[in-house]
Design a protein around this ligand. Structure first.
Ligand code: GSH
Length: 319
């Protein structure tokens, strides 16, 4: 794990010494929005109008945050409008995310760079911050639109509707308060909760995170006893945001991140729900378990120093 400091790549693991052993995720640095006419969005600068062949998405197939954006690109029929580069599954400290084609990367389709940090410094030569995926690039102005997945999926949900004719809405007006409420707990305690458990460096920090994680999974298991999806009988953004963590849970988080009070396979409603979302047309093509399993176990050497990728477990939702 490394980061950019004044435009230079520097190798260092997350510093948990000032937070009592807790992993604290930093805020994404680029927060502009694509809108239908280029008017400014809720944050950042305007000037990013929805146009075909103007934007490029950098993703990892291992990353749950990037995975959200790939699902929205697929469901909203944006594949022919927004091109993609996939980074390698192995992320060495020396380079961070990189475009090694022998390790599952497509290569950098825009610039032919070796490493993702070079795309960040292409936009801001003296950038300081983490080099994360997903990253949404504007080919027209040669800069980064956004590296915040929760905002990229909102853009994909509606900004391109006139170009694609796809008006499916995963953030419908009437459900927004409920979606926001569910997202808040799912983000803190589940999406980020698995990372807080896995990257904790004290027993107390781990205990706190893992307890909240399983309390939240129990809560979701209850909700799914009432309705098919989190906010009712239709799939919304809240479901896709939970899905990308659930699909990695038994394969990676149970063992690698010590989230092992239960597996998703032990929760009947969550298991059924995971399978139903996985079977939505187009979605399983966005799930790459080889990238997922290899990335985490190989890349986090403070947790898994010998980089051994475990054999299992078998995953019932694949059957
Ligand atoms: N807030 C960001 C978080 C993205 C994120 O943390 N991505 C991880 C991969 S799963 C990453 O690139 N980590 C590299 C790092 O932190 O150095 C989002 O949701 O878009």
């Amino acid at each position: 794990m490394g980061q950019l400091i004044d435009g230079k790549w520097s190798t260092q693991w997350y510093d948990t010494s000032k937070s009592g052993g807790k992993f604290v995720r930093s805020q994404a640095g680029f927060r502009n929005w694509i809108t239908p006419d280029g008017s400014p969005g809720p944050s950042g600068e305007g000037g990013f109008a929805a146009e075909a062949d103007r934007y490029h998405l950098y993703v990892s197939l291992a990353c749950p945050w990037a995975h959200r954006t790939l699902i929205f690109r697929k469901l909203k029929e944006l594949e022919s409008l927004i091109s993609v580069s996939v980074v390698a599954h192995k992320m060495p400290d020396e380079t961070g995310w990189n475009f090694d084609k022998s390790e599952g990367s497509t290569g950098d389709a825009l610039f032919g760079r070796d490493n993702l940090w070079q795309v960040y410094t292409q936009a801001v030569p003296d950038y300081t911050g983490r080099v994360t995926v997903p990253l949404l690039w504007d080919k027209k102005t040669g800069t980064i639109v956004s590296n915040e997945s929760s905002e990229i999926i909102r853009m994909f949900n509606s900004a391109f509707n006139e170009l694609t004719g796809n008006t499916d809405d995963y953030y419908p007006e009437a459900l927004r308060p409920r979606i926001d409420e569910i997202n808040a707990r799912v983000y803190d305690d589940i999406n980020n909760g698995v990372y807080k458990s896995g990257f904790a460096t004290t027993q107390d920090a781990y205990d706190e995170a893992v307890t909240k994680l399983f309390d939240a999974l129990d809560w979701v298991e209850g909700l799914l006893g009432e309705t098919a999806y989190l906010t009712g009988d239709t799939i919304t953004e809240a479901d896709w945001r939970l899905f990308t963590t659930l699909v990695r849970f038994d394969a990676v988080y149970v063992g690698h991140f010590k989230c092992n009070r239960k597996r998703i396979a032990d929760y009947p409603n969550l298991s059924h729900y995971l399978k139903a979302l996985y079977e939505v047309p187009g979605v399983k093509e966005t799930v790459d378990l080889n990238h997922i399993r290899t990335h985490y176990h190989w890349s986090h050497t403070t947790i898994n120093p010998h980089r051994i990728v475990p054999i299992g477990p078998e995953l019932p939702f694949l059957d």
